[in-house]
Each structure stands twice: as C-alpha cells, then as structure tokens.
Write a protein that binds this ligand. Structure first.
Ligand code: FES
Length: 508
C-alpha cells in the first residue's frame, strides 16, 4: 500500500522560486501560427534557445503546457556554475580529457551568457557572482577534491584547491571555482519570456502539444492550433513520444530542496558536498527575505522510499549545521541523468529532419540547458559549434554507456514487476492526505483522500508505457517509477514522458 503514515515535513510544499515570483499570463495558442522555429517547453533550455534564435533574426513560438518557469527549472537550486561536484574527474575517466574540457568550456560560457542576457535585457532576477565550492569532510574525499581541482585547472577552468572554506562547520578542503553565479530561476525565465514575446514571436501558455509532424514545414499540433515552423525544438526535460528512446537513455533522478528563512544571509558562496549523503547549500534572497537552501537526498525515481523522511533529514541538516530555525518551503524535482554523463543535444533521432531535442541535463540544467540552447542556435543558423559533437544526441558511446544502460533498465524492470506483482490491499481506509493503489472492479486505481475528506480516484496505469504509479506522500503526487512521469491527484500530467492524464475512475 502506497500510503504514508509519517508526520508531514516542515514547510509549504512549493518551490521558493515559484512562491516568490509573479504569475505570467500568456495566452494559449489558437488557430494557425507560422514561425521559423517552434520551441516546446518554457524552461531554461527552451526559452534560452528561443531568445538566442530571435536575436539571430528568426521568429519563434514557445509552447508551454503550464506556465513559464513552473517545470523543472522552477525547482532548481538557482546555481549557475560550471563546477558540477566532481564531474571533470568522471568525464575525463569515461570520455577523455578533451571531452571534459569541452563540457567545461560550454558550461563556463553558459555562465557568461546568462550574465550578459541579464544585463542586456535588464532582467531583475537577483543575478550575483559567487564562488562555488565542492567541499570534503573526510580524508578520502579531500583527495578526490584535490584531484578535481588540479584537473579542472588544467582544463582551463577557474579552479583552485583550498582549505579556506567559508562554511560554519569544519571541512578538510574544497575545490573552488571563482566567478560563478546564482539567480532567481523563475524571474530569470520570466525575463527571457518577456524578451521573446512580440515582434512576430510568441509565448503560449496553457497549451498542450498533441503531436509533432516532421517535414517541410514541421507542424506542432495542439488542442486548438497548428503551429507551422521550419524547425522544432523539443525542450521538455524528458522528450515526449518514443522517438529517440530518450526515456531509456536518461534515467530520471529526483532530488529534494528545502528553504529555511533566516534573518541575515550567513553565506556568500554556494556549496555542494563531495561525500554522500549529498548536500547542496546556498543562500538566496527572495520576496524580501533571506533563505538558506539545502538540497540532497536524491535517488532514482523507482527507489522513492519515505519522501517525508527525506525532507526531514534535510531539515535536520539545516537546523544542526546552519542554525536554521524555521523551514519555509520544500519541493522536489526530477532531471534526466544521461547514460554516458553527457547531455543530448541535436536531432531527435538519426532520421529526424527538422525536429531537435535537448535532454539529459544531469541536474545542472541552468548551465547545461543554456549551453545546449546555444548549440541549437548555431546548428539552426548554419554555424559551426565547437561543442556540438560532444553533446550530439545521436552519438554512439558504447564503452561509456552500455553497462549503465543494462543496469538502469534492469532497475526499471524491477520497478515494473514490483508495481505489477506487489501486494495490494483490496480496500483502503485512507486518512486525509493519504493515497493508495487498490483494485476497484478489477482495475488498478490510484485513490487519494483530500484534506476535505473527498476521495479522488484515477487510473493507476501510467499513460506512458503502462507501469503502475505510486503515491508520493510528501509532494502529494502520483509518480511513475519507470521513467519518471508525475501526475497530480486529479490525474493531470505534471512531468513527462507521459503526455496524457490519468483518466478518472469510479471511487471505491
Ligand atoms: Fe514510462 Fe510511466 S513514465 S511507464
């Protein structure tokens, strides 16, 4: 039974960035629309690509199923950095130092692109330059941090090893990257959207794409419109539909964040731990208050466990290590981890003609997504791009990914079997706020009792490929353990690859 008897964790269940930004109100797409480039998804990758293409002289239409910034980007930490924990050691081992250097160059250039766009468009998103650290508390980890610092410096990145780490608890050392950044993620996206909209270009919200037809022109079909474009970019985190098999090539990984209100910001830098359990630490100002953000407790989506407990462990860290008295917000998000560690950017499949994809941003989407968008701007403008071959969505890197492919898809199969064969209650007595998958008239049904005592029942069969969803008590969502689709308790899709809602079912 997928229900929780755990005490609810502290904090409102909403992202700090979404809670402290205005709401946008772009219209839904209707009728026939013609542009040079249609971009599906108003997150960091889609909006950055749209604005870059508009600045290159193209007309664009951005199509968002919900509101600008309410997807994965609206649930990030806000770190804009090329220091991705210990990524360079990992990438050099798997792909060689040239590939690690290209990844670093692309992400470092992404920071500068964000800084330039903020200045040129006058976006009020609290962009500030900070140093970013990966810190170590043990001898073993400090050796790995030293290695990362030396390698990153050799790759031309702004890296040093230091034992002078401005955290309020003792650590043994860290790799520090200077000149990094942080932003209010939703305000940045809203600034991008404002710059995109107008002059023959559009931002459409509340518009769900039903299908994309490749061709000349390509056509994006929505409920009430047909958007014709020379090229289409799918920037929806996990691309919908089966083309390119990205749901097999990126495994969805969930992470959790909390924001604790503080009187004065205690930190003037951003941090992540080298050891497990991972802890991401930063200070942010939003809505007139200062916050300490703690992230971590990440896991593959099929291994959710006690989500309330995950928030509680982050809160305990905030209380014990950073003196945070009150947790104001908590939220979770998912991102695709590519099998070989590199994002996928390029054509949707080897046979695609005018449909392009950005996926697998490995939880560093503010820079990887920006770099990916600049690659597609160049490709669609007929320009050379030095990073494109490393990020190529149709690359074949068997040595770096075959073993991981087998492992990850074996875990997905285990999740499928657990869902199909697991013990199910024949009836449920649910307290308010609890959910469970039960059999109703022989059908797997996802049943939730709201705080008002009302029962809501929807099909428990994920509309992507038929796995059984599970209840996430801390976030009050139905989550699919196979490829990461998430649904509200009313069955609406929050996150793909599923594109169709869970249909309603009779209450038990
Ligand atoms: Fe693929 Fe649910 S996300 S089956």
């Amino acid at each position: 039974m997928n229900s929780s008897n755990s005490e609810r964790p502290e904090g409102k269940p909403v992202s700090l960035w979404i809670a402290t930004a205005a709401t946008t109100g772009y219209p839904a797409a209707s009728g026939d629309v013609e542009v040079d480039v249609a971009v599906i998804g108003a997150g960091i990758a889609g909006l950055t690509a749209a604005l870059a293409l508009k600045r290159a002289g193209r007309t664009v239409a951005v199509i968002e199923t919900a509101r600008v910034g309410t997807g994965v980007t609206g649930h990030t930490t806000g770190k804009v950095t090329s220091l991705h924990r210990l990524a360079y050691t990992e990438l050099a081992r798997r792909h060689g130092t040239d590939t690690a250097r290209t990844y670093g160059e692309a992400n470092q250039a992404a920071i500068e692109h964000v800084a330039a766009v903020v200045a040129e468009e006058g976006i009020d998103c609290g962009f500030r330059r900070v140093a970013n650290y990966t810190y170590a508390e043990t001898d073993d980890a400090v050796a790995r941090v030293r290695e990362e610092a030396a390698l990153a410096a050799r790759l031309g990145l702004p890296a040093v090893f230091t034992t002078d780490v401005p955290l309020p608890f003792p650590v043994k050392g860290a790799v520090r990257f200077d000149g990094q950044g942080q932003i209010h993620a939703v305000k940045y996206l809203q600034g991008l959207a404002a710059a995109v909209n107008g002059g023959g270009s559009f931002v459409f919200e509340g518009t769900t794409v039903q299908k994309v037809r490749d061709g000349s022109p390509a056509v994006v079909v929505t409920e009430r419109s047909a958007i014709r474009a020379l090229d289409v970019i799918v920037a929806t985190n996990v691309p919908f539909g089966g083309q390119g098999l990205f749901y097999l090539r990126c495994h969805p990984h969930r992470s959790y964040l909390i924001a604790g209100r503080v009187d004065t910001a205690p930190l003037d830098a951003t941090f992540i731990s080298a050891e497990e359990p991972l802890r991401s630490i930063l200070t942010a100002s939003a809505g007139g208050s200062s916050y300490v953000l703690i992230g971590g407790e990440g896991h593959r989506v099929s291994e959710a466990g006690d989500t309330a407990g995950r928030y509680r462990r982050l809160a305990a860290f905030a209380h014990d290590r950073l003196g945070v008295a009150e947790i104001a917000y908590r939220w979770s998000t998912q991102d695709g981890i590519p099998l070989d560690g590199l994002p996928y950017v390029g054509r949707m499949s080897p046979t695609a003609k005018h449909v392009y994809v950005i996926a697998g941003l490995r939880k560093w989407g503010l820079t990887n997504g920006t770099a990916a968008a600049l690659i597609l701007r160049d490709i669609l403008s007929g320009q050379e791009n030095d990073w494109a071959s490393v990020f190529n969505s149709n690359r074949i890197t068997p040595a770096a990914s075959t073993g991981r492919f087998m492992q990850e898809n074996a875990k997905t199969m285990a999740a499928v079997l657990t869902g199909k064969l697991g013990r199910r209650p024949s009836q449920a007595t649910l307290a308010p706020g609890e959910g469970a998958v039960i059999k109703v008239n022989g059908e797997s049904t996802a049943v939730y009792r709201g705080a008002d005592g009302q029962i809501r029942a929807v099909s428990a069969v994920c509309t992507h490929l038929g796995c059984t969803v599970a209840f996430n008590a801390a976030d009050t969502t139905w989550d699919c353990p196979c490829h990461g689709s998430r649904f509200t308790t009313d069955g609406s899709v929050i996150q793909g690859p599923a594109t169709r809602d869970l249909p309603p079912r009779p209450a038990p």
